[in-house]
Write a protein that binds this ligand. Structure first.
Ligand code: FHN
Length: 444
């Protein structure tokens, strides 16, 4: 879907949307986001590129973040794991600096994953990093402080699914017999425990970008008390965005539609919805190798060129890219990730104008490439085109100039009612994306 086709719906939404605020439980069924929230959504869209971090006590085993479930470990066995988690090499400054060097504008980190283990100082139970590990400190606090210092937005991933808490009952699709009792208080899990932890995350870490929910798909038919939880978040921090990875059509009170390992609308992963919101900012998350949490057997790293192409295709789909790394348990980041992220950052320092602050362009994405747009510019990203001439469908504006972004050289073009023909510059060695900047006549 191009920005051109998304815009009229957005306008319609603002015009006919009701004017109830999103900070009361009642209003969550039918609500109008606050001005701070709408501003935060626009800023989110402008950022375009974020770092996803999966890090938890599971990182010790180097077998991904699902190791508790995949190895069918018992509670007694998994409870032994935090004692081995002592990230003495964790340095918030280095992590945030790496995100910045990669050209990323925000970080989304697992505050707790499906093992329910809080990677922050939670008073809701002792199943947390401060009380159960030799480290005894709160890395999310250090990360939040550093993000504020270095001007990076911080979002907290929060798993609604919990393989550890007995009150996560009835259990869902990922259930196995790990030793929990066959009874529990679902309402207490949601209203006291989960909302209590969310309140901590939204009060103890300064202004945060938002909460990235995951795991609802484990019990798709359950009542998750979403209006109440969403109202709590918007009441505590109106600008905090709610980003639910439930793989369904967005619900009232949600601020961003996110897609896992897929461009919006392309359900190649098999679990995403094909529905693409016309109103909400979009995000697509993917991994730098094949895993989210650290997996010692995974060396299938994507190349910088592949990552750059992904970023461009994602921006062309009017979406952000949230790119994941899984740090080691000791707090270090795999050097293979680091080199690749630096390479992408270098590429962005040259081509970033065609990505940051843009929206999807007027030409539908194709095998040849995509378009993005910002103010009076349309960026034509030629990713896969061998011929000298590229014919595009009509663009709803008069083009007054065309130049190559890389060196500013003028690009020949002809425009008429049938479309726009560009004489594409020859690709330089290793050039991933030939970007042609079109300038539109004023008043278009
Ligand atoms: O099960 C999780 C998985 O571990 C990872 O966190 C991804 C990230 O999008 N989300 C879930 C699967 O939908």
């Amino acid at each position: 879907m191009t920005a051109a086709s998304r815009f009229p719906h957005a306008l319609l939404f603002v015009l006919i949307g009701c004017f109830l605020p999103c900070s009361s439980a009642l209003a969550q069924t039918d609500c109008q986001p606050s001005p701070e929230n709408l501003q935060a959504r626009r800023e989110f869209q402008d950022m375009k590129f974020g770092m996803f971090i999966h890090w938890g006590v599971y990182s010790v085993l180097g077998d991904g973040e699902w190791v508790f479930h995949n190895r069918k470990l018992t509670l007694d066995q998994y409870n032994r794991l935090p004692a081995f988690f002592d990230p003495e090499k964790f340095d918030a400054r280095t992590w945030v600096a790496l995100a910045k060097a990669a050209g990323m504008k925000y970080i989304t980190i697992t505050s707790r994953h499906h093992d329910g283990f809080a990677m922050f100082d939670s008073k809701m139970s002792d199943w947390n990093i401060v009380q159960r590990t030799p480290y005894k400190k709160d890395p999310l606090k250090m990360l939040a402080d550093e993000c504020h210092r270095q001007g990076i937005k911080l979002f907290f991933y929060y798993s609604q699914l919990d393989w550890h808490n007995p009150d996560y009952y009835p259990r869902g699709a990922t259930d196995w017999d790990n030793g929990r009792p066959d009874h529990g208080d679902w309402n207490a899990y949601l209203d006291t425990y989960m909302d209590g932890q969310l309140r901590e995350l939204l009060t103890n870490y300064g202004p945060i970008g938002g909460i990235w929910f995951d795991g609802m798909w484990d019990k798709p038919d359950a009542d998750w008390h979403l209006p109440k939880t969403y109202a709590l978040i918007h009441q505590l921090q109106p600008a905090a965005l709610i980003i639910p990875n439930h793989h369904q059509t967005p619900r009232p009170g949600e601020d961003v539609q996110t897609f896992e390992r897929d461009l919006p609308g392309e359900n190649s992963a098999g679990f995403n919805t094909k529905y693409v919101s016309a109103q909400l900012p979009l995000e697509s998350c993917d991994t730098l190798n094949d895993n989210w949490g650290f997996n010692i057997g995974d060396s299938n790293y994507k190349s910088p060129a592949d990552l750059e192409r992904r970023l461009v295709r994602t921006a062309g789909a009017d979406s952000n890219l949230l790119l994941n790394i899984g740090p080691y348990a000791n707090g270090e980041i795999d050097p293979q990730f680091v080199t690749r992220l630096h390479a992408v950052g270098e590429w962005l320092s040259e081509y970033g104008d065609s990505i940051y602050g843009t929206r999807g362009g007027p030409v539908p994405p194709g095998d040849w490439g995509v378009t993005t747009q910002k103010a009076d510019k349309i960026y034509v990203h030629v990713l896969n085109w061998g011929a000298p001439l590229l014919a595009l469908p009509p663009i709803p504006a008069k083009v007054t100039a065309a130049r190559a972004l890389a060196d500013g050289a003028s690009v020949d073009f002809t425009q008429n009612a049938d479309g726009l023909i560009l004489k594409v510059p020859l690709a330089k060695k290793d050039e991933v994306d030939r970007v042609i900047v079109l300038t539109m006549a004023k008043g278009n």
